[in-house]
Design a protein around this ligand. Structure first.
Ligand code: GLU
Length: 386
């Protein structure tokens, strides 16, 4: 594991309930969490961003409320989550405090990663937290999520977060050491698979639903998560996290690595080029076109005209003055502000708008060429919707 993590700059670690909560004693496994916190602190000291997605709220809360064993009704799980989440968060605070690291609790619902404006906000807050040195600990907002708006399991939630945050690695710490050709608990001839290049129907067929008690996701939800993440350029590792220091397991420890076919940056550009419908147009001058082609961002000065109605973060088409489509990109201003800024220098932004926005109209990382001499704007396969 450790060699893969050392190649990654931003890592999302998903912690399953069965690792964190001793369900018989209804307690958090503090030694295990302390060892995870130590691993995370080490990775942070090497300048890596770490985001934790942690389950365990329902497992902790159900005991506190003395709810029966077995399947809970939706309202009971929601009540359990409300009680358990406070405890879960406090336990993380204690474990990371030892290393002088602040923990931030983020509770997400499906809409937060599906709806563009909420997604932008969630991403901005997470980015700020990471830049301030905090470790975000994310869970689904179980208490308010109804059946229709649930991620349903934290494997998928973690995959969405990885894609949203352009992580380069997602580690699913669970109670199994990876993908097998069949369920190893039932089939003695099941073989472990160390690496998956493409998630084919054959791979999907190998996976079964949940087996263990408190976890929601079985191998099926892990494969679904791996599909979402790899389509966004995120590599995925599924491994057994039961031992102490789960992120320090040696390179040859058993795990399954899912290799993405493209980088997060490429996935994002393809998504911008191929899957988004544009809400407006920016017409740019020849100097700006040359700047874009040499890999620079689009500055307000190069914009000659603005068309359509759009919000910050929407996709727009970039055209030349003679009407050729050159590129598509995510614009940093809404249409009204973009009109005020068109043709003006970056230094004037604050005076013109009354606030200090981004220097670029479209940042180069959020711009994809789509014109005739561009690479074909292929559709991203899978479910990449950052
Ligand atoms: N959000 C649930 C909890 O914290 C867990 C969901 C899952 O295990 O995937 O209890």
């Amino acid at each position: 594991m450790i060699d893969h993590l050392q190649k990654s700059r931003r890592i999302v670690v998903k912690v399953g309930s069965s690792l964190l909560v001793d369900s018989a004693a209804a307690r958090v496994k503090r030694d295990w969490l302390a060892s995870l916190a130590a691993d995370v602190a080490d990775l942070r000291n090497e300048n890596r961003d770490i985001i934790v997605v942690s389950s365990g709220a329902i497992a902790l809360g159900r005991r506190a409320l003395k709810l029966r064993d077995g399947l809970l009704r939706l309202d009971e799980s929601q009540a359990a989550a409300a009680v358990g989440q406070v405890r879960l968060a406090q336990t993380y605070v204690d474990a990371f405090h030892v290393h002088g690291i602040a923990v931030a609790q983020i509770l997400l619902t499906l809409e937060d990663t599906e709806e563009r404006r909420r997604y932008l906000n969630a991403r901005e807050t997470l980015t700020t937290l990471l830049s301030l040195g905090a470790v975000p600990v994310i869970n689904e907002n179980d208490t308010i999520a109804t059946a229709e708006i649930r991620y349903g399991d934290n494997d998928r939630l973690a995959a969405r977060v990885s894609s949203m945050m352009e992580a380069d690695m997602l580690v699913l710490l669970s109670d199994i050491d990876g993908l097998y050709t069949a369920n190893p608990q039932r089939d003695g001839s099941a073989r472990h698979i160390a690496e998956v290049g493409a998630i084919t129907p054959e791979i999907e067929q190998m996976a079964e639903g949940p087996v263990s008690g408190s976890s929601k996701g079985g191998m099926q939800s892990k494969i679904a998560a791996a599909k979402i993440a790899t389509a966004a350029g995120v590599a995925v590792i599924i491994t057994n996290g039961h031992q102490l220091h789960p992120l320090k397991s040696p390179g040859d420890a058993r795990k399954t690595l899912f290799v993405p076919g493209l980088s997060p940056a490429q996935a994002k550009k393809r998504w911008i080029a191929g899957s988004l419908s544009a809400c407006g147009t920016l017409v740019i001058d020849a100097g700006a076109e040359r700047a874009l082609r040499s890999g620079k961002s689009l500055l307000p000065a190069g914009v000659k005209a603005v068309g359509g109605h759009f919000q910050r973060g929407d996709a727009v088409v970039v055209r030349s003055e003679d009407g050729r489509e050159l590129a598509r990109g995510l614009v940093a201003y809404n249409d009204e502000d973009a009109k005020r800024l068109a043709g003006r220098r970056t230094a004037e932004i604050e005076a013109l708008l009354g606030y200090r926005g981004r220097d670029e109209m479209i940042h180069r990382d959020e711009l994809a060429f789509t014109g005739r001499d561009a690479e074909p704007a292929e559709q991203v396969s899978g479910e990449y919707t950052p």
